[in-house]
Design a protein. Sequence first.
Lengths: 165, 351, 753
Amino acid sequence: MNHSISLTVNGARRDFVLDDPRVTLLDLLRERLQLTGTKKGCDRGQCGACTILVDGKRINSCLALAISHDGADILTIEGVARGDQLHPVQAAFIAHDGFQCGFCTPGQIMSAIGMMQEAQAGNDPERIRECMSGNLCRCGAYAGIVDAVLEAQTGMDESNQRRSA
Amino acid sequence: MKPFDYIRPATVAEAVAAAVQPGAVYLAAGTNLLDLMKGGVSRPDRLVDVTHLDGLDGIETLADGSLRIGTLVSNADLAHDANFAKSYPAVAEALLSGASAQLRNAATVGGNLLQRTRCAYFYDTASRCNKREAGLGCDARDGENRTHAVLGWSESCIATHPSDFCVPLLALDAVVEIEGRNGRREIALDALHRLPANTPERESALEPGDLVVAVRLPPAARGFATHARYLKVRERTSYAFAVVSAAAALRIENGKVAEARLALGGVAAKPWRARAAEDVLKGVTPTADAFQEAAWRALTDAKPSGDNAFKIELARRIVVRALTLAAAGTPARIPALPASPFASTSGAIHA
Amino acid sequence: MPELNLSSSPAHLRHGSNIGQPLTRRDGVLKVKGQATYAADNHPPGMLFAVMAVASIARGRVTSLDVAAAKRHPGVVDVMTPDHKPQLAIDPEIKTNPFVFRMEVLQSDEVRYANQPIAVVIAETLEAATEGAVLLAPRYETLPALVGLDAGESYVPPVVGVGNPTENHLGDVEAGLTAAEKQIDAIYETPPQYHNAMEPHAIVAAWNGDSLQIDMPTQGLMLSLARVAELFGIAHDKIHIRSPFLGGGFGSKGLMAGPPVLGIMAAKLVGKPVKLVLRREQMYGPVGHRAPTRQRLRIGTDGEGRLTALDHHARTVSSTFDDFYEPAADASHTLYASPAIRTSHDAVRVNTGTPLFMRAPGEATGSIALESAIDEMAWACGMDPLAFRLKNYAEVEPITGKPFSSKALRACYEQGAARFGWAKRSLQPRQMRDDAGLLVGWGMGTATFPALMFQAEARAVLRRDGSGAMEIGAHDMGQGAWTALAQIAADELGLDIDRVEFKAGSSDLPDAGIAGGSAHTATAGAAIHSAGAAVVAKLADLATNDERSPLFGAGNAGVIARDGRLIRRDDETRGESYVEILARAGVAEVEARGTGAPNPAAMEEYAMHAHGAVFAEVKVDPELGQVRVTRMVGAFAAGRIVNPHLVKSQLFGGMIWGMSFALHEEAITDRRSGRIMNANLGEYHIPVNADVPPLDVITVEEHDPHVNALGIKGVGEIGITGSAGAVANAVWHATGVRVRRFPIKIEELLTQR
């Protein structure tokens, strides 16, 4: 049975017919929309490589049926930078070497952006570590990841202060 | 994943009617269901998607002081609701100690209540499991079972319930509201999950078509807000299921325990209320000795189901610690490492 | 694959010299934007999806597959089985060279381990292929599985690791033990571990007639290509493998395994491009792992704490059908001076996929046992663990008596201990607590890893427009080849790094050897060094033989290449740009090749190892037994550091692996079925962010003129060694409980309060 669904992906509305309700958001992005920046590490919600933002919240796209998210607003790693201008989290990941092989990186970055929006961790390294624990990194780049998030968070705090000043 | 029909009902009544059919299951966020379907553990014919139903995602205080939490409220939204975290801090702490931020953003209240066991033999479809298929046998009983049940288990099943959320909910006498074929009814959370006995495949009191629509915390649950903790021992600092966990809540008046609530996680096929331990504490001064006595009572009936005798001693110690932490007072803010034994290293405890 | 657009943060660039600079990753922008193309990101037109069905028994044979049921599923195109598959050119059971391991590519219905591939379903969608594999509902004839370190009769393998002798002797160990004032005799166990790179093994294979295009993560492009060529009976030049990025390898993507071969077969069967990606649980079997070990260490010391004997025996396992033996006991060859050393191995066969190289194979397993035992021995002697190690410091390699090519381990001990504050450690265990009442323990371990070299070739080009190119089929699995090797290339070509087109990650480039053994930067770097020198020499020939050049008559040895110019060594005011030289000569470019290889004479003369000292602090809940590492300091001496930014990351990663070895990782095998019960990332625990404390790495200056032309020793694996033992020893120091079975579990630490 075919199902018509529509999603907003990285700001663009996409309408399409889904011929199979089994398709997850992750597989939809990767195999049908050719947005392969989002990675499949475990396909079971145990690694975080597939993290995307759905309606502003970070989730594991491997455990989300596309059909159930009809109407959702989706942000993937491909939609984070503005052309050549990197998002502050992206730039901080490079500066602090928050990755090695890079496979978990899109998920880490989406998770970090989602975390900053949740505003629970602030710039407390211990809270950042806890709040980023849903993203495994086998290379062991955690120290750089925390430093990168701290820098991006601090930059965001400062620019917010400037704005309110 | 087996092909399935996808139904998106417009009303709760439509949902119930669609889910009554054999082979039908409800789909909420899917964080547990999709995992089970990908593993071949669950092969439903029909998914009834309740995520688009209206009116199931609210948190409301009722006239009598109860709190009603809609079944579709996400674990994260509930834990981060400031009023909720203030009134029911152990529940918020438990929620935030579960899974990962991503999963908590998706996973729902109702889904959390109904999540299935993490027993490896239940997940491994090549193993025998009475819970997965009645009468097949239990390969966990003589298998790799150091994390299995020490309370309420049977020869048919030694699996544990993995929820953190349910543990403090149970301690606080939560009630589950259910919409079914014959309309709405409610049962105590304690009556929702069943112990295995000879029918481990029947995990809950739900009948075909039953939809959990809300969880309610009774007015008395607020009385523990200043002395309530959840403590969870696990094999890595975060993103791991409990080896053993405990929720402890005290109402302290004039230096004495007016009322105690205690529940354990990771020890049985259901979250485990320790009423005998609660009774021991009633009216006593909250001292280490009293907590030791309570811990002893809580585990009186415990017995190992395999290579897991350590969990009994660990559970006793967790009970003592959880009570001690609760007596010391709820922290002003949920610690950086929620429910962790290492929580206190990163957040001052409210005296 | 789009053209790679690599760049590095210019803030860090220092003009004229690249080696030693902390450049950010040149592939960083691609990676943070999701534009780095990993194998499974490819999607050629008409591509189909292949999904493996794997065995749920560990031993026996498949008696039936419901192929019809699978084919009935909408979208399923074909099912590849032992009865229906393209024929290979050679029997995959034949080991054509020592780096060929046996694989299961549907050559029979035999099952030799759980998760072995038994069929492949090819479909138009991933969903259809996945369900098709389930519908095959295999039936089996099951035989009892061989499981564990006591599965059967033990035997002494002919070699361990890669050609290491099974046994080594120095002096008389029994006499040394008898004469000892103090002795320990302890048995340590390490579990099976799985690489679990974040990127599952994947292949996209496309045949075009008899040509084959492959996208696949590999740590060994040319080894893989050669294996594919012989299996499919096609010429090397008909095969092109692209592997620009690996999502982690750790040894599991070094050699051709069965699953990618199945992907190529599937593509051939259906005549269309095919993508085959392993599911996470399928990575626990056909793509290698670290074998479990049981190690007995007997150590004796004299009255002053000097070793009199060191006896290290390791039991390990291999598969029932092939041979790889974790050389764990060899860890005792290099670190501690002793008049008598014996190392030995034996093994049993079990129903498992063949164990293989996993980050520090042998070194890691051996190190945690040896460093624990040394700690136990120090305690038995009443000595501080660092003082004990210094007392037994090896001035020459103990097992061979060879001098070290360089060894700055003393400086590692000193600098690491100072940074950590080791001097304040209590000798007695269970003495230290923090403000919250948690037990605090400090432990240390010595790190070591051999400085290896393999074979590699590179091609260098200098062009008339002033740019250059360096081509080498090198592999970046996260260690930073795109950056570090480009830095070397820039220096060797005498060009700014942005003027060098650095090409890697493709099989149509010169063979860079294997990215393994912590030797890739050294090996590929040596080839780049030599290619660069050769092309500069050619350019110099053009200039010095041309009387119109200011360099005329300077001779080859008389010029140096810098900033795009050749300059007279004896008079730096006299020089000429590459552009001018090539323009006048009327040639578009000059090119040359160079090779990197081990130096047998130096190897004969010297023992070559990197060293380090790791210090760890753990906190342990005194009642609940949960452990958390709260601090780690590692000081490493590994020769020349090409890029300190990346090296620090590599060493951090190794230290985290060490922590993981001590506290987390373990594959749990059901002893009846032989199935791994935690073949996932939820219950096979690797550290999460919250497990990892602030880490501190010191790189100790070390100049080694012997290891290779660039003096590089490699840092990919050494971080695990030492670290695992340091964490384990810290747990002992915190609790007073010596756990000898790893990973350390909560129940071991539920002692009296």
